[in-house]
Design a protein around this ligand. Structure first.
Ligand SMILES: [Zn+2]
Length: 438
């Protein structure tokens, strides 16, 4: 990782390893800066969705004490001195989850931002991105690679966790991992300029293990691997070379498991998607093309596909030239047809958007697209919240409105089961018992 700033190195510390006296003092300061309410809060709204069952409570109430939900029902105890927040004709939902974000990218990702902008500058923009996502209702996210900012996301995750800056709960990967001359490498530049890859190189199982250890040392929670690319449409079919063999991915997964981490892959099509499913990755992101055998394995091993429609739709709408627009639209249409097959096949899904190349805070449109292309609103909300919480390793703590869970709660107008676009108009956000938007 030659391109990581000395400043970010000094902040490398997993949120689970914060135990020094200095870190403890910092955490105490942060708690003072952004505390959950010291008095109980009762949230009241016309509706409350129990996501796992699809039951809609009318009205819905949540009792919040400190960081956690204490009670949920059509009416809950109103303890003496509790603050009641009446959210009117809205539906209370668990905080939204995005399992595929890039805090370190902003619109114009296909330009030279990762070459021209310094890591300190990109880190400041990442803070802004985290805030925008939180204000849009996303209270937990998985950052799928800093794209050349190395482990700077460790600092962003930890600053959020300690309450120094607003943002979602984060799982982070540092740089993604890719092969020499592969999908994420800087291959169209003057070789004499030695333009760096946006990913960390690994060309063998041994190198994958070494990179995973280096990223772990710098604070990563999981590993993002580029398994396919670059993509081409030929005669109406998607063609994409694989980057790692199944045994190489299996070696990476074994090493990640040893560290309590998982592997997520960028994998658009066969045979890379099959290799990923055979090896047992945590999720297959993009998933434009999945064979029947790949889908069988995904069902068997409960590996969700993360369609990321939002980025494909954005690129189709914002293509740089008419020819590019034709290419992007062809790819999107191919993806839509494949997605319908995947829904019919009954594979699991999680909701990730690839936000960053399009504006942070606008990514809830993903759920509208997943409904438009074949899923029910309830199935999409379950994919977002329940599969999402599992993928982030926070199942049992977030993703549902239940006693004992973190009080990550949003309110949306109307009824999202009748109109999923309600999730694009979040009017209230609570994270860990603290009201961050009202
Ligand atoms: Zn991505």
């Amino acid at each position: 990782m030659p391109n990581i700033s000395a400043g970010s190195r000094s902040l490398l510390r997993s949120s689970l390893q914060v135990c020094s006296a200095a870190a403890f003092a910092l955490a105490a300061l942060a708690a003072a800066a952004q505390p959950p309410s010291s008095t109980p809060i009762v949230l009241h709204a016309a509706r409350l969705l129990q996501v796992s069952t699809g039951v809609l409570l009318q009205p819905g109430e949540i009792l919040v004490e400190g960081e956690h939900i204490r009670a949920v029902g059509t009416s809950v105890d109103h303890p003496q001195g509790a603050k009641v927040i009446d959210l009117g004709d809205t539906t209370l939902l668990p905080g939204l989850i995005d399992v595929h974000v890039h805090l370190f990218l902003h619109p114009g990702a296909e330009d030279l931002q990762t070459v021209e902008e310094s890591i300190p500058w990109r880190t400041i923009l990442a803070e802004q991105a985290a805030k925008a996502d939180l204000m849009a209702g996303f209270t937990a996210e998985r950052d799928m690679g800093t794209e050349g900012a190395g482990s700077a996301d460790t600092a962003v995750r930890d600053a959020i966790a300690q309450g120094l800056i607003p943002g979602p709960r984060m799982r982070i990967s540092g740089n993604a991992v890719s092969i020499l001359g592969g999908h994420e490498d800087a291959i169209h530049y003057n070789p004499a300029q030695h333009v760096l890859s946006n990913a960390d190189y690994a060309n063998s199982a041994d190198q994958l293990i070494e990179v995973i250890r280096a990223q772990h040392k710098e604070g990563s929670d999981f590993v993002k691997i580029y398994e396919t690319g670059s993509d081409r449409m030929i005669g109406g079919e998607l063609h994409t070379p694989y980057q790692y063999t199944e045994p190489q991915l299996a070696a990476a997964i074994q090493e990640a498991s040893r560290l309590g981490a998982s592997i997520a892959v960028h994998a658009t099509g066969e045979p890379g998607t099959l290799y990923a499913a055979q090896a047992g990755v945590a999720s297959i992101d993009h998933a434009n093309q999945l064979s029947d055998e790949t889908m069988r394995l995904m069902r068997l091993k409960n590996i969700p596909a993360v369609p990321t429609f939002a980025i494909f739709a954005y690129f189709a709408q914002h293509a740089a030239s008419p020819a590019a627009a034709v290419r992007e639209s062809a790819l999107l249409n191919y993806k839509i047809a494949e997605f319908k097959r995947q829904v019919t096949a009954g594979i699991p899904f999680a909701v990730g958007t690839d936000v960053g190349p399009f504006p942070h805070g606008t990514q809830a449109v993903e759920m509208e697209l997943m409904v438009r292309y074949g899923m029910t609103p309830l199935a999409v909300l379950q994919a977002d919240m329940i599969e999402g919480a599992k993928l982030l390793g926070w199942d049992g703590q977030i993703g549902e409105l239940k006693p004992g869970y973190f009080a990550d709660v949003v309110a949306v107008p109307g009824n999202p089961l009748a109109d999923i676009t309600a999730v694009e108009r979040v009017s209230f956000v609570m994270k860990g018992g603290a009201v961050v938007r009202q």
